[in-house]
Ligand binder design. Structure first.
Ligand SMILES: C[S@@+](CC[C@H](N)C(=O)[O-])C[C@H]1O[C@@H](n2cnc3c(N)ncnc32)[C@H](O)[C@@H]1O
Length: 246
């Protein structure tokens, strides 16, 4: 999907509870282990929730994204100083071994070439530095994984693919990162807010809710439920940290 299309989503991402908070934000910050004086890069920063969480008076954070409107929002709302840079994660505009820490939260599934994106993140982190990836992953069951992919793609044309956890870890290893931590968690979604974020039509909203309830297997895998007028589900997520050793 084009950079312009992401530019149109600033308000939607800025209001998204699952981006603003949730277990992956704390885990990303925890596994990043940023220390005073560290230079941190947050790629695909979106509206900057992760960059803001990592920025303290003692770390310098560079927030990068392909979409300039996202960066404008991130800079304008930063509680602490950070720099913004427009760059594609597939071809990061930084020299080798520039950063102590690189983070990428809820964005890896947008990348057309996961191998290249991961290699770029590993290239710009210093020896001994850390790369932290937090993203939705495919459930182990292939049929359920296929349903997740179809649902995601129908709701968001910028979705490329969710990978299996083992694939993400393998990409990290292939990029020269030694995986030190990997944590499985879930990201909870309010179905209607999640649909509104990408502007789905009423017709598609109906169809997607039908897809979530299409089989007991899918309902159980995504914890699909409806209570007091609120329709909810959750996706499986992996948060993994790798250290560059070579
Ligand atoms: C869901 S948002 C990211 C959320 C954010 N990381 C957070 O923690 O709140 C996905 C972002 O990925 C960006 N993006 C998509 N493809 C990209 C690419 N190839 N290079 C850099 N950024 C990209 C989009 O512009 C969008 O801002």
């Amino acid at each position: 999907m084009s950079q312009a299309a992401f530019d149109d989503r600033v308000a939607a991402y800025a209001q998204s509870a699952s981006h603003r908070e949730g277990p992956t934000l704390d885990l990303t910050r925890e596994l990043a282990q940023a220390r005073p004086g560290d230079l941190v890069l947050d790629v695909s920063t979106g509206t900057g929730f992760t960059a803001h969480a990592l920025a303290t008076q003692s770390t310098l954070v560079v927030a990068a994204d392909i979409a300039p409107n996202m960066l404008r929002h991130t800079r304008a709302t930063a509680p602490t100083a950070l720099q913004v840079v427009q760059t594609d994660t597939h071809a990061l505009a930084f020299g080798q071994q520039t950063f102590d820490v690189v983070t990428c939260r809820h964005a890896f599934h947008h990348y057309l070439d996961g191998n290249l994106a991961m290699s770029e993140m590993a290239r710009v982190v210093r020896l001994g530095g850390r790369v932290v990836i937090a993203d939705t992953i495919s459930p182990a069951n292939a049929e359920v994984a296929e349903s997740m992919h179809a649902i995601e793609l129908a709701r968001d044309p910028s979705h490329v693919c969710n990978r299996y956890a083992a694939q993400v870890l393998e990409l990290m290893t292939e990029a020269g990162l030694v995986v030190e931590h990997s944590v499985h968690t879930r990201t909870e979604q309010d179905f209607d807010s999640w649909c509104s974020r990408t502007g789905v039509s009423d017709e598609l909203r109906c169809r997607l809710w039908g897809d979530f309830n299409g089989s007991e297997q899918v309902r159980a895998a995504f914890n699909v439920r409806e209570t007091a007028g609120s329709r909810r589900f959750d996706w499986p997520v992996l948060v993994a940290a790798g250290v560059r050793r070579a």
